[in-house]
Design a protein around this ligand. Sequence first.
Ligand code: ZN
Length: 70
Amino acid sequence: MKLLRRTCKETAALMVAREDRALPLGDRVALYVHLLVCKTCPRFEKQLLTLRNSMRQWRHYSENDVDSAR
Ligand SMILES: [Zn+2]
């Protein structure tokens, strides 16, 4: 199981990287395993998802602004 061990710092980096690109299967599994055993990282993941959702909404709003300006 040592292969699947990640520190919180590594896990956080993986979660951020996941926003931009698909992770290799090994990283995805390690991330999943870490989130199961860690108390802190799931909280960070939740914040990251909230941030991503608001970014998407913000992008959506600004696209609408461009449309209405035409
Ligand atoms: Zn952690």
